[in-house]
Design a protein around this ligand. Structure first.
Ligand code: AMP
Ligand code: MG
Length: 403
């Protein structure tokens, strides 16, 4: 049985091998959040386009400013002003943050370090050459590539594109991810469940996780635990880039997903991973589509999606697979887990003091969505641990979606 690291690596290797260039489309910077860039974005001019003051104060010749020196203020420059006059010897110019520094000036002295009396400005301390000035073209030259294909567009990337006037961005099309739940016990979320039925909440978490990972969910509803229904709906799902199934991959008599996939010609890269929850997770390929069969217990479905499906979607959306957001925290209360499988426990991490502290939350096992809804991370207990004392350092997997 693969470890979760090996299973994740398998997904990344298989998908990286199989993916060619993706379709692209233009999106406005207003709408491109979360897309992956498919072109280079270059600067339209130098950045900054002029020597820019980073402070409110006085533009001076540094050599003329010793402690106690006084210079005559001859003008004022505010952000956006056109600056043509150079600074005359023995004078200074009042200047605002973001304004262009006049030629001749080589330092800006913060207003806090000056005293003014009429036109006379007295300086408290010496000025250093270049202080409080961002030189023209020091951030980027004209025509320099500032955003590259494969970059995910977050708010800073979008602002950078906007800064250089790139209002339309060519982006990779999002991979289409079919979502199919399975189980005779399930009803859709807008139906009233019978006494022994449950609502299909997995389709909701899966659709949200697909969106967060950069994919386009394609909802296929639920299949009954019957070969014919599974076959029909799985075949439909295989027309998309990826099919994600929930349920029907355990050892029960009505866990038929693998059987049906095999009949349809699927090749499997793994059909179990040494984790709890999530052990029966399946990954393979059927025709041109990649298939994940995730166990149906809601927390199992969510954990296995984060570990294995997220990197697949990232690669298929034209980006690199991101590293898992694993960090270390100090365990707040002792743990006693059964060794053998790596455990992912719903947990709360708090940043109080210098070291983050994590506590596992009480839970009823992999069906307990409420425990995860109160967690901001998973506590990762390695397969060879089990007993862990309070105060030990443990890895935690952050829930990026809510942090
Ligand atoms: P399975 O992996 O098919 O054996 O499902 C395990 C358990 O997970 C089921 O008994 C249900 O309680 C629950 N479950 C399965 N599918 C879903 C779903 N789509 N939404 C919510 N709970 C589910
Ligand atoms: Mg089932």
């Amino acid at each position: 049985m693969l470890t979760y690291e090996q299973a994740r690596r398998t997904v990344i290797d298989q998908i990286a091998q199989a993916t060619g260039p993706r379709a692209t489309a233009n999106h406005s910077v207003w709408d491109a959040l979360g897309f992956v860039l498919a072109e280079e974005v270059k600067t339209d001019r130098e950045y900054p386009p002029f020597d820019r003051s980073t402070r409110d104060g006085y533009a001076v010749r540094a050599a003329e400013v010793a402690p106690g020196a006084t210079l005559r203020c001859v003008a004022e420059i505010k952000a956006g002003d056109t600056v043509t006059q150079s600074l005359a010897a023995s004078t200074c110019v009042q200047i605002m943050t973001g304004a262009a520094v006049p030629s001749g000036a080589d330092a800006v002295v913060m207003i806090e370090h000056t005293n003014r009396d009429g036109d006379a400005v007295r300086f408290e301390r010496a000025a250093q050459l270049g202080q409080n000035i961002v030189p023209r073209a020091s951030e980027a030259k004209r025509g320099e590539v500032i955003l590259s294909p494969g970059m995910r567009l977050g708010y800073a990337e979008l602002a950078l594109a906007a800064q250089v006037g790139a209002t339309q961005l060519r982006c990779a099309s999002k991979p289409r991810i079919a979502i199919l739940s399975t189980g005779d016990e399930l009803v859709s979320i807008d139906q009233e469940p019978g006494a022994f039925q449950i609502r299909n909440s997995n389709s909701v978490s899966l659709a949200a996780q697909v969106r967060l990972a950069g994919g386009e969910p394609v909802l296929l509803g639920n299949a009954a635990d019957r070969i014919d229904d599974l076959r029909e709906k799985i075949s439909r799902g295989l027309r998309e880039d990826v099919l994600v199934l929930s349920g029907g991959v355990s050892m029960g008599k009505y866990d038929l997903v693998e059987t049906v996939l095999k009949d349809l010609g699927a090749e499997f890269y793994f059909d179990a991973v040494a984790i709890r929850p999530g052990r029966p997770a399946v990954f393979g390929k059927c025709g041109s589509a990649f298939v994940f069969g995730l166990p149906g217990n809601p927390v199992s479905t969510m954990v296995t999606f984060e570990l294995f499906v997220v990197p697949a979607i990232e690669l298929l959306s034209g980006a690199a697979a991101r590293d898992l957001p694993l960090v270390e925290a100090r365990l707040g209360a002792a743990l006693n887990e059964k060794p053998g499988l790596a455990h992912f426990l719903p947990a709360q991490v708090r940043w109080r003091g210098s070291v983050p502290e994590v506590k596992a939350l009480p839970w009823q096992g992999s069906g307990d969505i409420a425990a995860l809804a109160h967690a901001n991370c998973y506590l990762v207990v390695a397969a060879d641990r089990g007993q862990v004392n309070a105060g030990e350092t443990m890895p935690i997997l952050l829930r990026k979606d809510i942090m």
